[in-house]
Ligand binder design. Structure first.
Ligand code: NAI
Length: 333
């Protein structure tokens, strides 16, 4: 079977080559930048999120049987065209829930133990403990907004720290109360009673500025606000006010409002993603001026294991195509 991979890095190429037998073609560029005479007879393509797979592209791939996207989302693939041409589509349903939860705790611990400030001081040769007193997580209350795949891992880790857990979700799952020793609560009650509030719900019209002028002041004085979900969940202006007036103790942000609508993290790995535009937008971000704010560049999903899980699922998907076996990642349409 002739299989073409697009937007692959060297390490990915080596990883895939060891695990799939067949006629493999590897390209660092997206599919729309490759001369079609090189790929016209491929039967499977493995793609990323940046290029729309439409009838124009599909009509040139005369022998194509399957599209394997290395992303969770598949709305960059025209499913109607695929159905018409009997092309199967496979995705990567999940790969990094624990990864994002671990990064959430990296942000929490950096703030609770003032790691960023300590690091800045020691690099300047200053080893004094002034302004470095932190606080324990044990016994503190963490409020988890969105108890889905990532929220669950956050609760599991919080259990290890012996924290109390309040959770808010539009769909409560009472089994979680027992399993993770947590209490479901209304959102306002969660904000009033949590020492740390962490966001793990999707961004949509209903969750736009979920944390806003009306409710940010309900938060405990000195509480931490952590966001590894989407920037638009927080009204940045209000967060800046709350930090400026020393109402909040700090913020740990992997995502910022200015990033706009990133559908899913795989976009950030794509060669088509305009990183420079975002960099220049964020360069002078006011939140960077606070010493109790930690900003990371939308990297919560970005661990070696998570990236390998994307490839492992892709390899399993291709194996099921080669062996004509059923596969959980086959997109139903
Ligand atoms: P999920 O779909 O498994 O869970 C989301 C949960 O939020 C669900 O339980 C849902 O019922 C709940 N929810 C929906 N609307 C809500 C609302 N208005 N208030 C409270 N809860 C609400 O999603 P998952 O996998 O846990 O991911 C959560 C978010 O994390 C994603 O939407 C994505 O934006 C973000 N994410 C960020 C990454 C990063 O690298 N920073 C990586 C992966 C995801």
């Amino acid at each position: 079977m002739k299989i073409a991979f697009f937007e692959v890095k060297d390490w990915e190429k080596e990883y895939i080559k060891k695990r799939i037998k067949g006629k493999l073609l590897f390209f660092q560029e997206p599919i729309d930048e490759i001369p079609f005479n090189l790929i016209k007879d491929v039967e499977v393509i493995s793609i990323f999120i940046g290029v729309e797979i439409n009838s124009k592209i599909l009509s040139k791939l005369k022998k194509i049987k399957a599209i394997v996207t290395r992303s969770t989302g598949y709305d960059h693939i025209n499913l109607r065209e695929c159905k018409k041409r009997k092309i199967k589509v496979y995705n990567v349903p999940d790969y990094g829930q624990n990864t994002v939860a671990e990064h959430t705790f990296a942000l929490i611990l950096s703030l609770s133990r003032k790691i960023n400030r300590a690091y800045e001081k020691t690099t300047r040769g200053n080893f004094s403990l002034d302004e470095l007193k932190g606080f324990d997580l044990k016994g503190k209350t963490i409020g988890i907004i969105g108890m889905g795949s990532i929220g669950k891992h956050v609760a599991r880790i919080a259990n290890g720290f012996e924290m109390k857990i309040l959770a808010y979700d539009i769909h409560s799952n009472m089994e979680f109360e027992k399993k993770f020793h947590l209490k479901y609560s209304g959102m306002n009650n969660l904000l009033k009673n949590s020492d740390i509030v962490t966001l793990h719900c999707p961004y949509n019209k209903k969750t736009h500025h979920l944390i806003n002028a009306k409710n940010i002041n309900l938060m405990k004085k000195d509480a931490l606000l952590i966001n590894t979900a989407r920037g638009g969940l927080i009204d940045t202006k209000e967060l800046v006010k709350a930090l400026g007036s020393k109402k909040l103790g700090g913020a740990g942000l992997d995502v910022l409002e200015e990033e706009g609508l990133i559908k899913e993290e795989a976009e950030l790995l794509s060669t088509n993603f305009p990183k420079e535009k975002i960099e220049s937008l964020l360069e002078n971000h006011i939140l960077l001026t606070f010493n109790n704010v930690i900003i990371t560049p939308h990297m919560a999903f970005y661990s070696e294991e998570a990236l390998k899980r994307i490839l492992d699922t892709t390899i399993e998907n291709i194996d099921s195509i080669i062996k004509n076996k059923p596969c959980d990642s086959l997109v139903k349409f």
